[in-house]
Design a binder for this molecule. Sequence first.
Ligand code: AMP
Length: 300
Amino acid sequence: MKLLRTEAECRSWRDSLPEKSKLCFVPTMGALHAGHAALLRRARARGDATALSIFVNPLQFGPNEDFARYPKAFEKDLEIARAERVDAVFAPSVETLYPTGFSTTVEESALSLPFCGPFRPGHFRGVCTVVLKLFHLIEPQESLFGLKDAQQFLVLRKMARDLSLPTEVLGVPTVREADGLAMSSRNAYLSPVERSKAPLLNGSLLRLKMAWEKTKSAEEMGRSLKREREVLEDAGFQIEYLEGRTFPMLGAPLQARDPVIFAVAARLGSTRLIDNEITELADPHAYGILEASPSSSVQG
Ligand code: AMP
């Protein structure tokens, strides 16, 4: 496994691959867990070579967010990458990707607006900018993202289409702990009491999804959303949003015939958690969504 630090190293590794080989790419911010491992496993299964990037991207963090304290576990990350038979890890410094004077950004301006949009101004601009740079450096045929961050997946898929990028953006179903909590590097921030409450988020989303699939009534959904908001607030969550929108356009109001995504962002103490559930899709592949990965060899 190659460890690449500079743009030049990255390009020269890319150039060393056989011309016809299919490269699958998984961008991350490190502190890898079984959710990331599932993406790597999918990538390995789909391509001839797998690249992983580890970069905590300052451009996607707001001034009062957790950039400075974002969990880091570089040596363990490399072990996981080796176990998943990654061919190259690109782990640049901030100065490498954003040299002094850096002044160009990329913005998707429709799917970035709802859900996290108002609560994390500039977040998706930061995500699009770094991912576009990584796509140019790695030149993958396919890039895999987790549905845990479904809005991010949709924004990046749109960016790739709108800017005619030669990489296919694919989504991989969310990997969860046994109690339903979506795996996340940020779960490490939770105290034991917070950790015991955290699965309530997914419980609420599953009830919302079931209620919608049963009633297909926007009025009933309004009542269910109010009820679930109370359940979560009573448990101590500070909710940023708890909403149902059409999938994949993230529109409102809900139409009986559209697939729906229920999404939540909430704080538990100082930790911001997000999760979502998407109603049954007749053809997930039409949205770039892959089947769930075979179970990972890497835990936690
Ligand atoms: P992050 O390191 O949090 O930026 O995540 C890197 C990639 O892993 C993103 O595409 C995430 O959506 C994905 N990811 C994170 N957690 C999970 C999870 N629990 N299940 C599936 N994918 C995940």
